[in-house]
Ligand binder design. Structure first.
Ligand code: COA
Length: 313
């Protein structure tokens, strides 16, 4: 379904900043990655998205192409990021059809909620294979083309940089998350992988960064991982920005990292979560942020501030 631009990218970016660029994206038929690619296509890029489901991936590619008349968007289905061979074939098709790869988004992920006690070794391995090994395979298959593109467009001399990779991670592993042992381990690995790409490929002109989305409303991830909202128990009230994120928040971060504005940003983790992970452990008993907005203090705990003159040492 064609989307209004305001749903997937801000109006502050120049329309043709990614003219003649090509982005390769795994997980491109998902809610977040499709919005990222749609934003880049709107701003001039052509794209190749890959996914396991043929119909869904081909349909999403056609849909993304509506973001800019004349754009080329390939949708390659039956591609499993767990298979290096499958990804290498997809990258070869992208090069044959679109000529180059300037940007890569390693976005494919799989997740579900399960306590470790109910997580079989194969279930754990499945998520590691999709999220971590899949990200590695994606980077490995794209890097020769990113290096070639970076050489062709040295960032110091042009406002159209190339040779950039973004890994989609999460904030789950910062403090730990129950029912997410598999994803926590995988995403910690993804963050480390991105740092390594920065360190070893930075000298060749490539930048590697992570975007870690917080809870993004209306996505498959939220359908799978969050309970339905109960009246009076709005979970976004624990988020400093006071709302779920939108896919546009992630697209804008993507445009920034691939743009000329982020030439010296390398090996960084850009958390786009409204501050959510910082209050993830906040006790609901404090009804954050109400007591802050209303100017109240902390009540009902032993260590309260004493009134002046009230010295019970
Ligand atoms: N709880 C516990 N174990 C689960 C599970 C759940 N909810 N869902 C799957 N598993 C286990 C399976 O039982 C199997 O283990 P076993 O062989 O010991 O029984 C293992 O995980 C692999 O499952 P399978 O369905 O064969 O793997 P798959 O490759 O077809 O699917 C998943 C991969 C499990 C990650 C699936 O959820 C998926 O395809 N997700 C893609 C989309 C997605 O997750 N999007 C959200 C992104 S945030």
């Amino acid at each position: 379904m064609p989307l209004d631009k305001s749903e997937y990218v801000s109006s502050i970016w120049k329309d043709d900043i990614f003219k003649d660029k090509v982005v390769f994206c795994t997980g491109g038929n998902g809610s977040i990655c499709s919005a990222q690619v749609r934003a880049l296509v709107h701003l001039g890029a052509n794209a190749c998205i890959v996914g396991r489901n043929v119909e869904k991936t081909e349909g999403m590619a056609k849909d993304i192409a509506t973001a800019r008349p004349g754009s080329k968007v390939l949708g390659l289905g039956a591609v499993d990021v767990r298979s290096m061979e499958s990804l290498e074939k997809a990258v070869a098709t992208c090069i044959k059809e679109l000529g180059r790869i300037d940007f890569c988004i390693a976005g494919a992920a799989g997740n579900f909620l399960a306590p470790m006690a109910q997580l079989s070794a194969n279930a754990f391995k499945t998520v590691i294979d999709i999220d971590l090994i899949g990200s590695y395979n994606c980077a490995k298959a794209c890097l020769p083309h990113l290096i070639a593109a970076a050489k062709e467009f040295p960032t110091a001399k042009t406002t159209t940089p190339s040779g950039r990779i973004i890994f989609i991670s999460a904030t789950l592993h910062y403090g730990g998350t129950p029912l997410q042992t598999h994803a926590v381990a995988a995403k910690a690995g993804v963050d480390a992988l991105s740092s390594q790409v920065c360190i070893e490929y930075g000298p060749l002109g490539v930048t590697s960064n992570v975007i870690s989305p917080g809870p993004i409303g209306g996505t498959e991830g939220m359908d799978r991982l969050a309970k339905k909202v109960q009246p009076g128990k709005e979970p976004w009230k624990t988020i400093p920005s006071g709302r779920w994120g939108g896919v546009k928040d992630i697209s804008d971060a993507t445009v920034y990292l691939f743009s000329d504005a982020a030439n010296y940003v390398n090996g960084e983790v850009l958390v786009v979560d409204g501050g959510a992970w910082r209050t993830a452990q906040t006790g609901r008993d404090f009804q954050y942020p109400d007591f802050l907005i209303q100017g109240g203090g902390v009540e009902g705990v032993g260590g309260m501030k004493k009134a002046k003159g009230d010295s019970k040492l």
